[in-house]
Design a protein around this ligand. Structure first.
Ligand SMILES: Nc1ncnc2c1ncn2[C@@H]1O[C@H](COP(=O)(O)OP(=O)(O)OP(=O)(O)O)[C@@H](O)[C@H]1O
Ligand SMILES: O=P(O)(O)OC[C@H]1O[C@H](OP(=O)(O)OP(=O)(O)O)[C@H](O)[C@@H]1O
Length: 221
C-alpha cells in the first residue's frame, strides 16, 4: 500500500499535530519540539510527515505533493487552494480582526490603508462591506504599520491580544474565528480513500474524547 503524505507547517501547529497522531497510534519517535528534521516516516502505519513553511501547506496539498495537510484556517483562506477542507481540529484557535490605534479616525474622502499578511482575506472582507481600501502587504510585525504611519489599520490574527495591547492597538472589527484544519487533495481522497478515512475517523474520535474530558474537568471545578 502507498504511503500517505501529510504536509505540516514547521511552526505553531506542529506539536499538537504530532500529539494527535500519537493518540491514533501513528508515532514518530524521532520527532521532538524544535526538531530541524524535515521528514518523518512511520513505516508500520505507512504515514510520512513533510515539514514545510506554513503558508506552503495548501500548495503541497493542491498539487498532490501531499495527500493531507494540517493548516490554519487563516492560511487556507488566503491561499484559495482547490482542496477539500475536511475537519476543524480544534486547536490553534485565534481570530481574524481589524485593529487600529485607540484614537484612530479616518479622514473623509480617503481610502483606508490596511497593512496585512493576508491581502486576499482583507480585500474580500472590505469589498463585501463596500469599503474601498488600499492594501500594504507585509510579511510580519504587522502591528508596527499603524504606529509608524505606514497604514491606518491592520488585518491580522489575534490570539491572546497581547501583541495588540503592547503596541497600543485595539480591535475595531472581528472578521471570523480561526483554527487548525485538516485538508485533503481531491484525487488522493479517492485513490487513498481507505487510509485517509482511517486517519479522519481516528482524529474525530480523539477530538470528541478530548472535548468530553475538558467538559468533565471544567464541570468538576
Ligand atoms: N498567536 C498566534 N499567532 C500566529 N498564529 C497562530 C496563533 N495562534 C494560532 N495560530 C495559528 O497557527 C498557524 C501557524 O502559525 P505559525 O506562526 O507557525 O506560521 P506562520 O504564521 O505562517 O509563520 P511563518 O511565516 O513564520 O511560517 C497560523 O496560521 C494560525 O492559524
Ligand atoms: O494575540 P497574540 O497572542 O499576541 O498573538 C498574535 C500575534 O501572533 C502572530 O505573530 P507571530 O508571532 O507569528 O509573528 P509575526 O509578526 O512574524 O507574524 C500574529 O501575527 C500576531 O502578531
Amino acid at each position: 500500500m502507498d504511503y500517505v503524505n501529510i504536509a505540516l507547517g514547521k511552526g505553531r501547529l506542529a506539536d499538537k499535530t504530532f500529539e494527535l497522531l500519537k493518540e491514533i497510534d501513528v508515532k514518530f519517535e524521532d520527532y521532538y519540539p524544535k526538531s530541524r528534521k524535515l521528514i518523518f516516516v512511520n513505516n508500520k502505519k505507512k504515514v510520512r510527515i513533510i515539514f514545510v513553511k506554513s503558508s506552503d501547506v495548501p500548495i503541497y496539498v493542491e498539487q498532490g505533493a501531499a495527500d493531507i495537510g494540517i493548516v490554519g484556517k487563516d492560511t487556507l483562506l488566503e491561499s484559495e487552494a482547490n482542496v477539500y477542507e475536511i475537519m476543524d481540529l480544534g486547536f490553534g484557535k485565534c481570530k481574524f480582526a481589524v485593529a487600529a490605534p485607540k484614537d484612530f479616525q479616518l479622514e473623509l474622502h480617503r481610502k483606508l490603508k490596511v497593512a496585512t499578511k493576508y491581502p486576499k482575506v482583507s480585500r474580500n472582507y472590505f469589498n463585501n462591506k463596500g469599503e474601498p481600501i488600499e492594501i500594504i502587504k507585509l510579511n510580519g510585525s504587522v502591528e508596527l504599520a499603524p504606529i509608524i504611519g505606514l497604514s491606518d489599520v491592520i488585518v491580522d490574527i489575534v490570539e491572546t491580544g497581547k501583541t495588540l495591547k503592547e503596541n497600543g492597538l485595539v480591535i475595531t472589527e472581528e472578521i471570523c474565528q480561526v483554527s487548525a484544519r485538516l485538508i485533503v487533495n481531491k484525487v488522493s481522497f479517492k485513490t487513498k480513500s481507505e487510509k485517509i478515512h482511517e486517519i479522519i475517523r481516528g482524529f474525530q474520535c480523539c477530538i470528541r474524547k478530548n472535548e468530553k474530558k475538558k467538559i468533565l474537568s471544567t464541570g468538576s471545578n
